[in-house]
Design a protein around this ligand. Structure first.
Ligand SMILES: C[S@@+](CC[C@H](N)C(=O)[O-])C[C@H]1O[C@@H](n2cnc3c(N)ncnc32)[C@H](O)[C@@H]1O
Length: 206
């Protein structure tokens, strides 16, 4: 799998580079507190270096924060240790092969990741397997296909860095892909930024 290799290379500068694109992140933090309040067993997939992990930890029961890149997880684990977040564990884990039992999770949160995965449909099938019926999925996702400016910037980024958005989502195509994986999808909230971001909430259909 290429993803771990690419993101290991980006890990050291991730905190700095994400600050160029994080205009929508404060609003996502507010929304996730409402949409994931009091969920007990929660998995964060593609957590990066913990851009949302600590807000999640305050609102849920037990949080396992994971990423496919060992370098990202190493940095995340360092922050978890510094902040002594007692209900957070970290693990290296691929979205394509979650190390959890069928139907065992109350919620999955995965921010800004479906578009960088080579096969997001496969990740969504795996999220469906891991969630209990009625379990909640929250996937805020950058929309690299939202308009010509986003498509151009996406192309430019892929030329000057190892970063590639494999799927250039629009809000409609994101919603459709999540629905096709067996979820009842809420209308996404589209937040402005260099790349618009679709904040999408869905529940596993039984
Ligand atoms: C753009 S970063 C997002 C990090 C953080 N969630 C955020 O919102 O800033 C994308 C993350 O997805 C992870 N990733 C990419 N493919 C993955 C996969 N197949 N399984 C799990 N994580 C993956 C990368 O390692 C990287 O940390």
């Amino acid at each position: 799998m290429n993803e771990a290799r690419v993101w290991n290379r980006l890990a050291a500068r991730y905190d700095k580079s994400v600050s160029l694109f994080d205009r929508s992140y404060p609003r996502v933090r507010d929304l996730l507190r409402e949409d994931l309040a009091n969920r007990d067993q929660v998995l964060e997939v593609a957590a990066g270096t913990g851009q949302f992990t600590f807000e999640l930890a305050q609102t849920v029961g037990k949080l396992t924060a994971t990423d496919v890149s060992p370098q990202m997880v190493q940095r995340l684990a360092g922050k978890v240790g510094e902040r002594a977040s007692g209900n957070v564990e970290t693990e290296v884990m691929s979205a394509y092969q979650l190390d959890v039992q069928d139907g065992s999770l109350d919620a999955i949160f995965s921010a800004n990741a479906l578009h960088v995965m080579e096969t997001p449909e496969r990740a969504l099938r795996e999220f469906h397997r891991a969630l209990r019926p009625g379990g909640r999925l929250v996937v805020p996702t950058f929309l690299h296909g939202a308009n010509w400016r986003a498509r151009l910037m996406s192309w430019f980024l892929s030329r000057v860095s190892p970063f590639v958005a494999h799927t250039k989502f629009t809000a409609t195509s994101l919603k459709q892909m999540v629905a096709d994986a067996g979820f009842a999808v809420r209308e996404p909230i589209v937040l402005p930024g260099k790349f618009p971001l679709a904040y999408l909430v869905a529940d596993r259909v039984a």
